[in-house]
Design a protein around this ligand. Sequence first.
Ligand code: ZN
Length: 147
Amino acid sequence: MDLKDLYRDVILDHNKRPRNFGVLAAPAIAAQGHNPLCGDQLTIYVDLDHGTIKEVRFEGSGCAISVASASMMTEAVKGLDAAAFAALHAQIHAVLTHHDAEVPATLGKLAALGGVREYPARVKCASLSWRTLEAAIAGAGTAVTTE
Ligand code: ZN
């Protein structure tokens, strides 16, 4: 399956049925992300267990790419610590922004995000959730109460 087919199938699937969509009960850390270019808005909720991402959910509204990217991200990052997340985020960033970058086989379904680089205006849609989770982790300790 080439990148374009993977991109279309995976993005459509995750946009139609977003995984881990919703709010996490307190206590959790959270961060909000906004992509004014497209109007994408989302909030990421994270439960950390000794620095490891134990649970992650998101809510918000946005285009298919922003929702699908957030959905795929929540599936991929559970169990990662901050360093492992940063490494994965760096790989995703490279795949999204470097036209000729190899797409590492270890990315699995996340490789579909590589299709976004054919549409440079949409890169910010795909990276929004990743940057928001990064902010949430960096701000760990600012607990939000969702009750
Ligand atoms: Zn968007």
